[in-house]
Design a protein around this ligand. Structure first.
Ligand SMILES: N[C@@H](CCC(=O)N[C@@H](CS)C(=O)NCC(=O)O)C(=O)O
Length: 204
């Protein structure tokens, strides 16, 4: 059996969380190697690009969150086999990473500079990407983002919406998704009620 170790920060979000959820939902055995933010400088020295998440697959350490998502998605049966549906799933995952990259540019700012950058982030990228996601969801039938069933795309959106509405990102109103993209809030509630996800967070 393949030995899997996922290394990521010790919080329930970010680029590592969709893979954790997928492996939990798919009953894929793995080591969930979490570390506190304070240890990042040390941990990153042991990673190929100084970044997380990484997935150790037996002896080989692999980087790139979405590549990891696709791999564990295939193992867990949560990634489309159909090429077109896989394209739709990938589109959502990559788009969300673009949005996360805009958010990351506000990290490290403080005071008024942080406030201005976060307000601009909400008024610009958040509005644009949430509208795009809502349209994608509607085009795919309104329930799931690809393949007419739960896939990594839904998990990635679920984690994004949890973070945006989680109240931990200063100057991002907790009702931002409800206000801008109510269909994504509904999607978030529905996906969050999936038994394996409820079970996962209850056990955290
Ligand atoms: N393209 C990479 C980006 C990973 C990434 O930026 N991870 C963040 C943490 S969520 C990180 O390690 N940042 C430190 C850095 O890039 O120096 C991926 O998708 O996995």
């Amino acid at each position: 059996m393949t030995d899997l170790v996922l290394t990521y920060f010790d919080f329930d979000g970010g680029r590592g969380e969709p893979a954790r959820l997928a492996m939990h939902i798919g009953n894929i055995e793995f080591t969930d190697k979490r570390f506190p933010m304070a240890e990042f400088e040390e941990v990153r020295k042991g990673t190929p690009l100084g970044q997380v998440p990484t997935l150790l697959v037996d002896e080989r350490q692999v980087t790139q969150g979405n590549a990891i998502n696709r791999y564990v998605g295939k193992l867990a049966g949560l990634y489309p086999e159909d090429a077109y549906q896989a394209l739709l799933c990938d589109e959502v995952m990559e788009g969300i990473d673009d949005l996360l990259n805009s958010l990351v540019r506000t990290f490290g700012l403080e005071g008024e500079a942080l406030k201005e950058a976060r307000e601009a982030f909400v008024a610009g990228p958040v509005v644009r990407y949430l509208a795009w996601l809502e349209k994608n969801l509607a085009q795919s039938g309104g329930e799931f983002f690809a393949d007419g069933r739960l896939t990594l795309a839904d998990l990635k959106v679920f984690v994004l919406v949890s973070s945006l509405g989680g109240g931990q990102l200063e100057h991002i109103p907790v009702d931002v998704v409800d206000t801008i993209a109510p269909a994504l809030s509904e999607h978030h509630q529905r996906i969050g009620q999936t038994a394996a996800i409820t079970d996962y967070y209850a056990g955290r």
